[in-house]
Design a protein around this ligand. Structure first.
Ligand code: FAD
Length: 409
């Protein structure tokens, strides 16, 4: 390694950035690696922040991607509490908020996404939170408990997980969803109906078609959510879970091609060949779709970290994966494989009333996606069949007397 070797700089010490740094070393990359993140802690996993950690079933250590000692031992320079303010692709430098510059030979942008704000009256009151970071989760948890009332704005996965965790902590919870069903953008109607019933059965109030006008407050803190129909829903804390936006401003300002995220290819390479981007911040291609996607999932972060680390160590492009995601709510383990888009039919296998079933999304006789509730065999076989893209028998798929192994054979 020469003294002037700048190696790889990674902006964003989150799930994707931390994984890319570790994979580079695992793949034999011997040049310098600098991992820079604005949060004060080493890379950690966000999924438990709305689930096990929020309920008090996992401690902070369980969140960490790697023990902090890993970075020193692996000769990865970890700079924390440091926000990158600018990037020059011509000069191959990143600029920290305090003016320091760090040069790179190759750059990986792994800046993730941020919670979308709700620009409505009262949104700046205390107790109106989003849930993206460990600090956000600490803040939320400190406000939940018996006698407290959580209003969740947005019936997506994170909001529903937070509502379930709030119930586990003894708090009341109400979910206010603008659409006529929960999970409207991401799940089948059957799955939306299942989660609506499941939450209601556990004491969560679900309001669909809810039009939110603003927040009301007392002494600077939120005390209620005002709806267009004139009602005010009382609450002590409000969680705004209305989606996330990619942190692509740096890349955009540096002239990299961005369209709702940094546009990358299947090597995770951006429009500048020395710059890669991975994780929630990217707009990426996916095998068997002729359009681009911005995914927010651990599986996506890991897949793209592998793509970038492979490209930087001269390895072949990793085989495309069937993307997947999960959610834990109460005793429900939900798993999704594939992309539930552009499908012409659905087959339900199993019994939603027993909280053990799967919804298969089909295009003709080919499975495009599977949503599974407490049904790991359906998830695993479904994921395999999606990858294989081969037609299946619909009647056999719907028949629980025939095992998934036999369906997939
Ligand atoms: P992040 O992990 O968000 O990391 C990005 C990092 O970059 C952050 O630390 C950020 O502070 C830092 N950063 C941003 N800008 C700068 C800058 N200018 N300078 C320096 N640092 C910067 N996915 C699943 O698959 N399953 C789940 O069940 C699931 N549950 C989730 C629950 C919650 C509450 C949340 C928030 C997310 C969940 N996700 C889940 C999504 C998953 O956590 C993300 O897809 C994953 O973290 C993406 O990794 P990333 O590295 O792209 O982004």
């Amino acid at each position: 390694m020469s003294v002037s070797d700048s190696g790889v700089v990674i902006i964003g010490a989150g799930h994707a950035g931390g994984t890319a740094a570790a994979l580079l070393r695992q793949f034999g990359f011997e040049r310098p690696i600098t991992l820079i993140g604005e949060e004060p802690i080493a890379p950690y996993q966000r999924p438990p922040l709305s689930k096990a950690w929020l309920k008090g079933e996992a401690d902070a250590e369980a969140l960490m991607l790697k023990p902090e000692s890993f970075y020193g031992e692996s000769n990865i320079r970890l700079i924390l509490g440091a926000r990158i303010d600018a990037l020059s692709c011509d000069d191959k430098i990143v600029v920290l908020v305090d003016g320091r510059t760090v040069p790179y030979d190759s750059l990986i942008i792994a800046t993730g996404a941020r919670a979308r704000a709700l620009p409505i009256p009262g949104a700046d009151l205390g107790g109106i939170l989003s849930l993206r970071s460990a600090a956000d989760a600490e803040n939320l948890k400190s406000r939940l408990g018996p006698g407290r009332r959580l209003a969740v704005i947005g019936g997506g996965y994170i909001g529903l997980e937070a509502a379930a965790s709030a119930r586990a902590l003894g708090a009341e919870a109400i979910v206010l969803e603008r659409e006529p069903r929960l999970l409207a953008r991401v799940a089948s109607a059957a799955m939306s109906a299942f989660f609506t019933d499941y939450h209601r059965g556990r004491g969560v109030t679900i309001e669909l078609d809810a039009r939110i006008e603003g927040f009301e407050g007392k002494a600077g803190s939120v005390s209620g959510v005002a709806l267009a129909d004139g009602r005010v829903i009382p609450c002590d804390v409000a969680l705004v879970g209305v989606g996330a936006l990619p942190n692509d401003d740096l890349a955009r300002a540096a002239g990299l091609r961005c369209e709702n995220g940094v546009v990358v290819d299947d090597h995770a390479r951006s429009s500048d060949p020395a710059v890669y981007a991975i994780g929630d911040v990217t707009q990426r291609p996916m095998a068997r779709y002729d359009r681009m996607f911005r995914l927010e999932s651990v599986a996506n972060a890991l897949e793209q970290a592998r793509q970038a680390a492979s490209a930087l160590t001269g390895r072949p492009v990793p085989a495309p994966e069937v993307t997947w995601n999960w959610s834990d709510q109460y005793d429900v383990k939900y798993q999704l494989a594939g992309m539930p888009f552009d499908v012409d039919d659905h087959i339900v296998r199993g019994d939603p009333a027993a909280a053990k079933f799967a919804v298969f999304h089909l295009n003709g006789d080919v499975i495009q996606a599977v949503e599974a509730v407490n049904a790991p065999a359906e998830f695993m076989a479904g994921r395999q069949l999606i990858g294989q893209r081969r037609p299946i028998s619909r009647s056999r798929l719907a028949d629980t007397a025939i095992s998934m192994k036999e369906v997939a054979a």
